[in-house]
Design a binder for this molecule. Structure first.
Ligand code: NAP
Length: 248
């Protein structure tokens, strides 16, 4: 019998990077996995890798209507859930003077509002003993240049991890966060072209992270699996996967 045989797991933003690595880990371990993302082609490519243990649902994490529809689909397909990985997120950077209202609203809608209402909509399906994992970021506790809004959107999510953990205690559902540092998931390449800028950013990270490298999506996925299933006496916590960036 495999580690996750019979488990039902939803992963928002499961079509690439960290979410896809987690989906692969769980599907390889025998779980039934439902992944979301906005882009059909990315979802299809992910499903091809994941095989028949996975299904993909196109769903915008910032839309309450889509979140409610997703909850209906999950109920129909899975009935109940053993783990929920609320991971969909985007990054954007701009210095204070260049930050726009549109950028602010988009970052908070996808990174903060969406996760909150995703937990609200899917909480009734979570079995006793199940685990919710939210993806925050190392920037919660750092003051990096040009990342004021992104950092704040994730800091709010870190705070919600505590209060949602408290509120779901009576249901015996644990809520924890995984906090990645710079991870070579492709998110940087997609957010800040041109390529030489991306490479320079990665080089800066390499030279400033105590472990002198970027992390991999698989390293974050391993922590997610632990928080979702192994961390049976932990709730409200945030686990850093950041090469020491937030701690040393
Ligand atoms: N990589 C890092 O260095 C790093 C560090 C700290 C925290 N994080 C966080 O880790 C999480 C995953 O990031 P990643 O690095 O794996 O990035 P990624 O490869 O770009 O993956 C992001 C995933 O979220 C989905 N997504 C984005 N916006 C969405 C929306 N509105 N609705 C539904 N799905 C949406 C994407 O699919 P579509 O674009 O097709 O919708 C994709 O599946 C994010 O929350 C990010 O903020 C990443």
């Amino acid at each position: 019998m495999s580690t996750y045989d019979g488990k039902k797991i939803v992963i928002t933003g499961g079509s690439s990077g960290i979410g896809l690595a987690a989906a692969r880990l769980f599907a390889d371990g025998g779980a039934d996995v439902l992944i979301t993302g906005r882009t059909r082609s990315t979802l299809d490519a992910a499903l091809e890798q994941l095989g028949d243990k996975a299904v993909g649902v196109r769903s915008d994490a910032a839309s309450l209507k889509a979140i409610k529809a997703l909850a209906g689909t999950v109920r129909e397909r899975f009935g109940a859930l053993d783990a929920l990985f609320v991971n969909a997120g985007v990054t954007a950077s701009a210095p204070l003077e260049a930050t726009t209202e549109e950028m602010y609203d988009e970052l908070f809608a996808i990174n903060t509002k969406g996760p909150y209402f995703t937990v609200q909509a899917l909480a009734p399906l979570l079995r006793e003993g199940s685990g919710v994992v939210l993806t925050t970021s190392v920037v919660n506790v750092l003051g990096l240049d040009a990342l004021s809004v992104y950092s704040a959107s994730k800091a709010a999510l870190r705070s919600m991890t505590r209060t949602l953990a408290r509120e779901l205690l009576p249901r015996k559902v644990r809520v924890n966060a995984v906090s990645p540092g710079p991870i070579d998931s492709g998110i940087l390449d997609r957010s800040s072209p041109p390529a030489d800028v991306v490479e320079a950013t990665k080089e800066t990270y390499r030279s400033t992270i105590p472990m002198q490298r970027l992390g991999s999506s698989e390293e974050v996925a391993a922590a997610v699996a632990y928080l979702a299933f192994g961390a049976t006496f932990s709730t409200g916590t945030e686990f850093p996967v950041d090469g020491g960036a937030s701690q040393l």
